[in-house]
Design a protein around this ligand. Sequence first.
Ligand code: TSB
Ligand code: ZN
Length: 587
Amino acid sequence: MINIKENEHLSIMNHSCAHLLAQAVKHIYPNALFWVGPVIEEGFYYDIDLGDETLTEEALEKIEKEMKKIAKDGKRIVREEISKEEALAKFANDPYKIDLISRMDEEETTISCYTQGDFTDLCRGPHLETVKELKFFKLIKFSGAYWKGDAKNKMLQRIYGVCFENEEDLNAHLAELEEAKERDHRKIGKEQELYMNHELVGAGMPLWLPNGSIIRKQLENYIYEKEQKLGYDHVYTPCVGTVDLYKTSGHWDHYKENMFPMMKVDEEEFVLRPMNCPHHMLIFKNKMHSYRDLPVRIGEFATDFRYEASGAVKGLERVRCMCQNDAHLFVTPEQIGEEFKKVVSLILDVYRDFGLKNYKFRLSLRDPEDKEKYFDDDEMWNAAEAKLREVLNDLGVEYFEAIGEAAFYGPKLDVEVKPAVGPEVTLSTCQLDFLLPRRFELSYINSKGEKETPVVLHRAIFGTFDRFTAFIIEETKGRFPTWLSPVQVKVIPVNAEFQGDYGKEIKDYLAENGIRVELDDRNEKLGYRLREAQTQKVPYTLILGDAEKENNTISYRLHGEKDTTTLPKEEFLKMLKEEIDSKSLRK
Ligand code: TSB
Ligand code: ZN
């Protein structure tokens, strides 16, 4: 998809189109007041106070029509510069503009306004010469947006739109948006009954339905097996901790705004945990360690709670209750490189298994100029950062560096992915930490018999099962590989009266052999039942008629194909098992 913000001319166009939108809104809703209307990657939006009015699809169409009319009329867009006092006087009746103007820099003595016909807006510009150039635009959607993004403030109406230079570009963009909507995990999640939300449980607290739970269990088994082979020790720990635990870790001071509030039980003060590191630190500390035991790798599928803004919560991708595929690796300083390499190799391995290609590695380093922001140990930082780079180069991994993006406690590597809808998010992460082991006073005995502090690597390969599932749904468009599919085979007797028993026999045969199979022997037309299996994206559909029944065979059709193949049931099972065991990807 074209990134409007990165294209200078399209940016200007979209910005002018935002003004056009505001002008049209003002014609229809004379009392409307305007907050900000920035250009974004996907076009533009404008946040508008419509008083008690709320928008509808019809209203959006009406606004778009008015925009076309104004554009055709073709007024020039005129820039004017005024002083701060003049601006305050000009917009005296507009609390939003007053807010903007009064916060402008004292040095900013002149303020620019842009006028087109009967509409003037405060704006830095630049803009097009005339609204006539705005021909190929579309209003996309609207939503509520709190003023300044703060839930304590008034809810404004946000209208999104996009503008292009020609019709083809606009149509191509609209088609891409349509496609993105189709693969949005929230849509597929509903269609395929993967998860649900309920207001009685709460925002950002998904309930995994049986189909989604099958996928999650497969993911758990898959990564558990990999981690076992790599020497991880899995544990179970409570999803609460005392406030003191999080004071010791430093989260209480530095992460509190992302946490659910404290609750008191008897004399103890608890929090729902936002991270599992403190628990794992205590497990490490539970016994003495020698350098010979290191690395110690403590893994857990751990439930965490984070206070994400209500506006940011999104399907399975950004939740308030999540399950991390977490581990903390305790290493000697000399082992950092080798252990980091194992983590990156595991990430690559997993992404290969899932056929994922659309991702980027981001290496977050400290800004050497800004020492205040980072844990003070130059030597440690320099050595660690050099090591991480070296590993990535050794593995031939492409990555980009984000200077100044490291955490206070160490550099990190993240994997960034782009969801169907919305901005990029982090999936996998591997974070070096020099500080937490000190805060918990962890130690091991080194080869000279002295006490030394280990370094910790925090890592989550899937990130969370929640976010990874969201991403897999969107990448596969709900056509999961057979090993992940909630239903792997659908058995359809052509006519339940004649082949119903045979259908049941085949279903039982496959089920007994560990295949997830459903029988559709409803009294519905064959075509109807086949179409339903298609919509459910079941990998294999078995069609059983008289010939199959007589010869003890099955005829299968792969999802999305018309041809059928006939095989003895044993051969079909063997083929299917091989495909599942090897975790083959769908073609
Ligand atoms: C890796 N302490 C480390 C851990 O040891 C940690 O918590 N890191 S994290 O904050 O980056 O979170 C790990 C991963 O969880 C992220 O990379 C991201 O993929 C996922 N994640 C974070 N917030 C959310 C959320 N609100 N919803 C779903 N997944 C999330
Ligand atoms: Zn951690």
